[in-house]
Design a protein around this ligand. Structure first.
Ligand code: GLP
Length: 261
């Protein structure tokens, strides 16, 4: 795992977007895993801007989203499919047929999850997986006690997660009780992972995920097992880390980071 700390939300989003854009330029047919949430909105804005003004080309890219609420259809403004269309897909030259989001309205949820796993495999697996982190330490919707080897499946949401996302639904009781999510094992299968977290409210859970023990109580801590995982933080989100000096040293001195400094 490598941790890079940027001064603020804007510069953290900029670095994250540059890493995605560079991966896409290096491989136009990239299979990209995508995340939702407020943190990602600026990242998608930047990618859309570069697509429009700098020729960043999504025409051959394939995408798989991490998760979707059970019971919400693609036309529901609160669904993650809707979020992705509005924040990214409608603004770049991607072929919508190459964008994949779990169907929250599927009759058979288990079957839908199996279909999604098979589709990822058919595409040769995810090459770069973008991740946020929830207050419970979840990646995707892998709530506490999600098995490290879990695959895509329906998952009950915790009260904390429903509270975190209540603003979108007009109250916690309106937030769906369940979601479909890639499993921790599905995420760990991605060739590279890129986690972005900003803001003071993420500081504690980021410290647990990055420097704490690997535990299913904090799903993001499983990323410590991943051979190619980068974590991009802003100062407030990094404020509880104890190994800061070393992380900064790596960013300042390792040649792979030279183009981004
Ligand atoms: C939701 C998503 C996660 C995301 C998290 C953080 O719970 N399922 O994938 O990481 O929100 O969201 P935010 O960026 O709004 O803090």
């Amino acid at each position: 795992m490598e941790v890079v700390i940027q001064p603020d939300h804007e510069s953290a989003c900029l670095l994250c977007a540059r890493l995605i854009a560079d991966a896409l330029r290096a491989k136009p047919t990239l299979v990209l895993g995508l995340a939702t949430g407020r943190t990602m909105e600026r990242v998608y804005q930047l990618l859309a801007h570069w697509c429009f003004f700098d020729g960043l080309d999504f025409s051959l890219a394939r995408t798989f989203n991490l998760d979707e609420y059970v019971g919400l259809g693609p036309d529901d403004p609160r669904s993650y499919r809707y979020y992705m269309n509005r924040n990214l897909f409608d603004k770049v030259n991607i072929d919508l047929r190459n964008t994949h989001v779990l169907h929250g309205l599927a009759d058979d949820l288990e079957q839908e999850c199996a279909r999604y796993e098979a589709l990822i495999a058919e595409h040769g697996g995810i090459e770069l997986q973008l991740l946020g982190i929830g207050r419970t330490g979840h990646i995707g919707f892998n709530e506490p006690l999600s098995a490290m080897l879990s695959r895509t499946r329906p998952k009950a949401l915790t009260l904390a997660t429903r509270q975190q996302n209540a603003f979108l639904f007009g109250g916690v009781d309106e937030v769906p009780a369940r979601a479909l999510t890639m499993g921790v094992g599905t995420i760990l299968d991605a060739r590279r992972c890129l986690l972005l977290a900003t803001g003071e409210e993420k500081a504690e859970v980021v410290a647990q995920a990055v420097e704490g023990p690997v535990t299913s109580m904090i799903s993001a801590s499983a990323l410590q097992l991943h051979p190619h995982c980068r974590v991009i933080l802003d100062e407030p989100a990094a404020s509880r880390l104890v190994g800061r000096e070393y992380y900064d040293f790596i960013y300042e001195h390792e040649p792979e980071w030279a183009p981004y400094r």
